[in-house]
Design a protein around this ligand. Structure first.
Ligand code: ADP
Length: 527
């Protein structure tokens, strides 16, 4: 197969064997009955077809995952970590090929695809070196000092089911799987149907790094068919996608009392303060709003700019946006790539047209660019947006941002928080202490001061996820691995039992205990 992508300045060929052999990493119970097409958004052409797995395939995937899990769990954390240290290097060594596949399937610009390579490598490194510390048995304070020895073990849950979206096909297929695997679990992944080749390539590299084949199963196909059996068989479910689908998956997990974490949508606010460095804010907010053509759950879709700098900011922001290079190239010089699909283009177009019809002003963009590729849409800035417009409160998931003016701090905090979502926020100020204080009042799981989203996301030691309708649970840091474990408290009672000592009447024991408790509360170190 040869895939060629047309750019304004010529033809770029993608390696003919880029996708060959990847289908063999799909778990199947037999010859697949149906296939589905995978499209390259740059040109809207079909680049391959993959099996539309069914319930029987899911069963085989879980059987294999279960067979592999025990031996994997029996390895030491250090042994498991070796796999991910090798994976870190393999991802970097194979970056060009990974980037080609990500771009081919998602239509994003190469620099945005590269963020995924960075993320996967950094996540592999973080957990490979930190997992042992996170997972080790902990000594805890016992019930009776000197008489009770208490420790907590962290066992793997078993099999983690994952459902991942198309917008970050590499990152979101493997970065959550890495801590799950390091904790001793198997994983069954259902990647988004639009971008499954990327997930299969990531799994190929995991196997090359030494991950036993059984412990990472991939089933390709459609969510409504595969979601339910996947959730029913999982010991834990990790979902990333829209809030609407998240509700379905969470309710299925609820039926089975299966624990789950979800990272869902956002309508993320950015706040530009009167003392912001405008040049830095313009550069950072362009990335914050238009990375991956705005198809990023943590990207910013609402900007609140202080009245003192509003005019200056808007002029510089619009000028800089008009200089952005849109294109289909496989080089780093393109600033904004394509949307993923016709469906996504329709959604973005509908939001902007509805806003225009209801009185919004388009400062730049506001139109598709079929001259570049079928699903391209111009980076778009709107003002005069109000609640009558669908995009005011709802996630667009495209390259569209609305700008509002503010003057009073209380008011901007209220407006930033006036959302059902609570994923990410961005604050621009030269007064970093003020930025930190303002951040505490914003109801989002991450707040970036003088960055759009990347600083908090890439702080892998710290939790990342959503408040309100933006999610359940967190990824990254200790929470990002401990969620895949069951804590088990083991308490060893020495010498005497948890009752009155032999020969001491219970009334006396109760009296002594009352005195002991009062004494303990007053003594630091015994509370
Ligand atoms: P989008 O609408 O942008 O594709 P989704 O949240 O629907 O976003 O998709 C995220 C992931 O959820 C994809 O892998 C998709 O196949 C899967 N999915 C879609 N519908 C369901 C469902 N009913 N149950 C489980 N997974 C689903």
């Amino acid at each position: 197969m040869t895939v060629s992508e047309t750019t304004a300045d010529g033809e770029i060929d993608v390696e003919p064997d880029l996708l060959s052999g990847l289908e063999s990493y799909v778990t199947l119970s037999g010859a697949p009955e149906e296939h589905f097409d995978v499209e390259a958004p740059y040109r809207g052409v079909v680049i391959g077809e993959l099996p539309a797995c069914d319930e029987a395939d899911i069963e085989v995937a879980f059987d294999r995952a279960e067979q592999g899990q025990k031996a994997w769990e029996d390895r030491t954390v250090e042994e498991r970590a070796e796999v991910f240290k090798r994976y870190h290097d393999l991802v970097i060594d194979n970056a060009e090929e990974l980037l080609d596949i990500v771009q081919l399937e998602s239509g994003k610009a190469r620099k945005h695809a590269y963020e995924e390579v960075l993320d996967v490598a950094m996540t592999a490194r973080h957990y490979a070196y930190r997992a042992e510390g996170y997972l080790e048995t902990e000594q805890r304070e016992g019930a009776l000092p000197g008489l009770t020895e208490t420790e907590v073990n962290h066992h793997p849950v078993g099999i983690v089911g994952m459902i991942s979206p198309w917008n970050y096909p590499l990152s979101l297929a493997v970065s959550d799987a890495i801590p799950a695997l390091l904790a001793g679990n198997s994983v069954v992944l259902k990647p988004a149907e639009q971008t499954s080749y990327t997930a299969l390539k990531a799994v190929e590299l995991l196997q090359e790094a030494g991950l036993p084949r059984d412990v990472f199963q991939v089933v390709t196909g459609f969510g409504p068919t595969l979601g339910e059996p996947l959730v029913a068989n999982s010991d834990y479910v990790c979902f990333t996608g829209s809030s609407a689908t998240g509700r379905i998956v969470a309710s299925q997990a609820g039926e089975h009392l299966t624990k789950c974490s979800m990272e869902l949508g956002g309508k993320n606010p950015g706040i530009v303060c009167s003392d912001a460095d405008i040049d830095r804010a313009v550069e950072g907010l362009i990335r914050g709003c238009f990375t991956n053509a705005g198809q990023l759950c943590i990207s910013l879709e609402r900007l609140y700019v202080h009245e003192d700098v509003h005019g200056q900011f808007v002029e510089a922001f619009v000028d800089a946006i008009e200089d952005l290079q849109l294109g289909t190239g496989y080089e780093y010089d393109v600033d904004v790539g394509s949307l993923i699909s016709e469906e996504q283009l329709e959604k973005v177009t509908e939001h902007v047209e509805d806003a225009k019809a209801n009185g919004a002003t388009v400062l730049t963009g506001g139109t598709g660019r079929p001259d570049i590729g079928p699903y391209f849409y111009e980076p778009t800035v709107l003002t005069d947006v109000d609640e009558s417009m669908a995009l005011c409160a709802n996630e667009t998931f495209g390259p569209v941002v609305s700008i509002y003016e503010w003057s009073e701090e209380d008011d901007v905090i209220e407006r930033a928080n006036d959302s059902d979502y609570g994923l990410n926020a961005s604050i621009w100020t030269e007064d970093l202490d003020y930025g930190r204080e303002l951040a505490k009042q914003i109801e989002t799981g991450t707040v970036n001061v003088n960055e759009g989203y990347a600083a908090a996301w890439a702080s892998l030691d710290a939790p990342m996820g959503g408040m309100k309708n933006s999610g359940i649970g967190r990824r990254h840091g200790d929470e990002g691995i401990m969620k895949y474990t069951e804590s088990q408290t083991v308490a060893v009672q020495k010498r005497m039992g948890m009752t009155a000592p032999p020969g001491v009447p219970y009334w006396l024991y109760a009296k002594l205990m009352n005195k002991t408790l009062k004494f303990q509360r007053r003594i630091p170190g015994m509370r």
